[in-house]
Write a new protein. Sequence first.
Length: 223
Amino acid sequence: MRRLPRQTGVAGPVTPPRVSARRRRPGVIALSLGLIAAGGAGVAVLLLQVGDRTQVVTVVRDVQVGQVLTAQDLGKASISLDPAVKAVRADDLDQVVGERAAVELRPGSLLAPSQVTRDSLVRAGEQLVPIGLKPEQVPATALVPGQKVRLVHVPAQGEADTGKASSAPPETVAGRVVKASGAAPGTGVVVVDVATSERDGPIAAAWVSAGTLRMVLAAPDGR
């Protein structure tokens, strides 16, 4: 009798593993939606800020105090301007061309309305007297255009010893700062251009030449 061949074990049908779906928590979903909404709002605000730009006038070349502004001295820029910042708008560029710089202007800065003037810094009937101040004579308060000063005549060295000095108050001349330079390298001397009357200009110039002039700041009301 023939024997049937022994059958090896045959694998039955394979049951796929059960994959359990994760449970979605409502709180996580709400948080995710909130973050997406907040991110979208942030992008919207950023786009609005970028789009809200103002065309303003900029300074592209060095301009000295009293110098007449030309179109070549100025440029335009589009910036996001804070309302607290006062700047000349680009539409008004033609109006400031031909005016004078009331302060020293530097390239890369915005042009403010207060930095220009239609008036000459040396008015009719005035003279400009340059005064060199040594480091110990320069006031700690910054000298700015328009600041009122008094030019004081002091006795020359040795004059008091010879009895030429009197007890009378020193002679003074009223003046107004037009420009003050930076301290010169090495010496620290600061040159201040002071506007005086035509009558007082030669007097002040003589005091400067003799080394008998000192400059003091006047009170804000000019007295």
